[in-house]
Write a protein that binds this ligand. Structure first.
Ligand SMILES: Nc1ncnc2c1ncn2[C@@H]1O[C@H](COP(=O)(O)OP(=O)(O)OP(=O)(O)O)[C@@H](O)[C@H]1O
Ligand SMILES: [Mg+2]
Length: 279
């Protein structure tokens, strides 16, 4: 399974993805972070929304883009009822200014809403439009966070390819870890990424994140092909504890950062924001 050849060199599409990322980051503006996962339901949307609030609390201008086009639910989590969404921007019924909305927590959102199901298949049109939107919003913010879907479908991988940094969310469950491994492997081989960040969510004890990251890194080192002299790094960016306030907040459609700021989960998210800002 292990190979010393560069996957990007074997497939022009992979080279194109790496070039898109390089060109996008060269344009300056916001730092782009895609929040993704192998398995669904591990806490991506919760983490993205609360991380946005934590960064905003530190004076950062943050936009969250609901890039889970097929199964968008950031609006539900934030209790927003948008009249205008990405769909209206795609069809030129609204301008970006009209569709970018203020969210509780002091950040902004560009929501997909339920009208985006038709975009869940990656067509050249969807690619071009998403790419253009990310380019347009980057100069106006410090951070653009992309809340993506789970798994390794074309549309998820394309949304992830738009960001210069990827945060993979995984829980300690074996199924989540196997799927996280598969996702990270695809990111390393197909998107030619040399570093991926990891957030262990719903950790049962302090230090579980470090343990899990070490185990994943070991397997990845063995099976992810890199050029001679290059290595792959899985970087543990944080650990958020399993915490009953998360479910309470989600049920009330509130942010943990706002309503339970002293909780274990909020502390984990604050530490994550700080670490991201320090990088
Ligand atoms: N740290 C945590 N402690 C307790 N429960 C949590 C935690 N993080 C997430 N959850 C629970 O997991 C549920 C799913 O979270 P979320 O919707 O953010 O997952 P997701 O990865 O975005 O899912 P999808 O793949 O469907 O987009 C939340 O509603 C919440 O109840
Ligand atoms: Mg989600």
């Amino acid at each position: 399974m292990s190979t010393s050849t560069d996957p990007a060199a074997q497939n022009p599409a992979h080279t194109a993805m790496a070039e898109t990322r390089a060109a996008t980051s060269a344009k300056g503006g916001a730092r782009t972070l895609a929040v993704t996962s192998g398995k669904g339901g591990v806490g991506k949307t919760f983490v993205t929304a609360n991380l946005a609030a934590a960064l905003a609390a530190r004076g950062q201008r943050v936009l969250v883009l609901d890039a889970d086009l097929g199964l968008a639910n950031l609006d539900v989590v934030l209790n927003l009822h948008p009249k205008l969404t990405l769909h209206d921007v795609f069809t030129e019924k609204a301008t970006l200014e009209q569709a970018i909305l203020p969210a509780p927590g002091g950040f902004h959102v560009l929501l997909a809403g339920s009208g985006m199901v038709e975009y869940s298949r990656l067509t050249p049109e969807v690619r071009d439009k998403l790419l253009a939107i990310v380019d347009l919003v980057r100069p106006r913010f410090d951070w653009v966070l992309l809340d993506t879907g789970a798994g390794i479908s074309d549309v998820v991988l394309f949304a992830v390819s738009l960001a210069s940094q990827v945060l993979v969310v995984a829980t300690p469950e074996p199924t989540s870890l196997t799927d996280a491994y598969a996702t990270i492997k695809v990111l390393a081989t197909q998107q030619d990424r040399r570093e991926v960040s990891l957030l262990v969510n719903q950790a049962n004890r302090v230090g579980e994140g470090k343990l899990i990251c070490g185990q994943l890194q070991q397997v990845l080192q063995r099976f992810v092909g890199t050029k001679p002299g290059q290595s792959f790094k899985l970087d543990l960016l944080g650990e958020v504890r399993q915490d009953t306030t998360v479910r309470q907040a989600v049920l009330k459609r509130q942010l943990v950062m706002e309503h339970f700021p002293g909780s274990d989960a909020a502390q984990g998210i604050k530490a994550l924001a700080l670490k991201l800002m320090e990088r």
